[in-house]
Design a protein. Structure first.
Length: 116
C-alpha cells in the first residue's frame, strides 16, 4: 500500500553506482556479490538469507538497467551462477562518461571503405 511522503522522517536521492565505479575491471561477479557491492560490502561478506534476498531484489534491476555497460559469462559449473563484469568500453569511458562508450560503438559500425 502506498504511503505519503510525509510519513517518513527523510527521503534520499536514489543514487546508484555505475558499473565502472563498482567493479574491478578484471573481475566477474555473481548477482549476490553485486548486491553486496551495491551496499558497500565486500563481495564475500556474510549476510543473513533474508537480507540477501532484499539485496538481490535491488541488484537485479540494477544489472538490467546497466546491461549496456556489462559483459556476462557462462557459469563455471553446469549448475553454477552466471557472472557479470564491466564492459571494456565502460571502463575506457569512465573519465568521459557515457559519450566515450557511445562513440566507440558508432566507430564499429563505420564503413571501412569510407576511410573512417
Amino acid at each position: 500500500m502506498p504511503e505519503p511522503k510525509s510519513a517518513f522522517d527523510a527521503t534520499y536521492p536514489c543514487d546508484f553506482y555505475e558499473p565502472a565505479e563498482l567493479f574491478e575491471p578484471d573481475q566477474m561477479y555473481t548477482i549476490p556479490e553485486i548486491a553486496r557491492l551495491l551496499q558497500e560490502l565486500e563481495p564475500d561478506a556474510e549476510v543473513d538469507p533474508d537480507t540477501e534476498a532484499v539485496l538481490i531484489d535491488w541488484a537485479i534491476p540494477w544489472v538490467m538497467t546497466h546491461a549496456e555497460d556489462l559483459v556476462i559469462a557462462e557459469p563455471l559449473e553446469e549448475d553454477g551462477p552466471g557472472y557479470y563484469g564491466v564492459a571494456p568500453h565502460a571502463v575506457e569511458g569512465k573519465a568521459g562518461g557515457r559519450e566515450a562508450g557511445e562513440g566507440e560503438e558508432e566507430s564499429e559500425d563505420a564503413d571501412p571503405q569510407d576511410g573512417a
